[in-house]
Write a protein that binds this ligand. Sequence first.
Ligand code: AMP
Length: 355
Amino acid sequence: MGIPLASESRLASLKGRTPTIATLCSHSSLQIFHGARARGFPTLGVCVGPPPRFYDAFPLARPDRFLSVPRAKDLVSVGDQLRDAGAVLIPTGSFVEYVGADAFGSLDVPVFGNRAVLGWEADRKKEREWLDSAGVPMPRRYDDPSEVDGPVIVKYYGAKGGKGFYLAKNRAALDEFTPTGPYVIQEYVLGTRYYMHFFYSPLADRGYRVGHGSLELLGMDRRDEANIDELYKLGAQEELLRAGIRPTFVVTGNVPVVLRESLLPAAFDVAARIIERSIELFGGMVGPFCVEGIMTEELEFKVFEISTRIVAGTNLFISGSPYSDFVEPGLSTGKRIAQEIERGQGEGRLNEVLS
Ligand code: AMP
């Protein structure tokens, strides 16, 4: 038996019924509904305003029904309706960004995974504490701007899609920056970015064993980030600035990538450390998560961020990936989530995968 994350009262709304898989109508909702439907679960989409029409274009990924709220953060006021529907909420980046980790954490509706983890993602200082203490290599952090001795990136808290990030080539450029919210200053690492989609199952009893369960790698992507990814066309950051354009890391899309096979052991090692430490710190991160880092020319992987739930890059792989096909042909992260809930229910262990 693993670690219980949910009390009996939290799961009372699911007693004796098939859970309804629910999420906010954005981010990776098509994949989540598609995976849930494929495993025979009823589905519910929480939408802001009227149901979005684009679902009509995707019949296999359309939720069975919608629950409309005026704003995403009003999700916290429809707890009764979600419980009545027997909902299990699948957290996405939209929950962190639009609902807020605190409000989401106190919602009395069963959530897939350990809800405590979102608070660790939302606060970059806490996230750093977790990764540092797990022995994961990270870009250097500068507590005091006077220590800056090379290129740095200034990052705001939360999953803001890279909006408003500031790149400074040196200390002088950093002095020109006026922050508009809580931020951290990090070494700007030169290398190639990889976003690795892992899944930790506390229920699995075979495979790459970590904690009481197993670690799976379901896919990998790189993000297209406007306008920084097009910077090379202008030659240099100064060119953009001269044109009055501030370079940004706003994500506009995702492209599939694979890692050199010889680097996979290091990738698994980093992910396993993150899980093992999460078990010690807060009972474990369960389900999908993404390790986001930069491979340097010395083949050192520096992790700049982790997402503690499904990431939108998994949308590339709804019919499998070069990694998940070795786990089960055609396996998406959305389907994997539904499988885990199915297994938890079948084995009477939902309290280990829901919180
Ligand atoms: P994050 O919000 O931490 O995911 O960062 C957004 C984007 O900024 C990433 O996708 C990277 O392109 C870039 N980035 C973040 N941290 C670093 C770093 N330490 N060095 C270089 N690029 C970074």
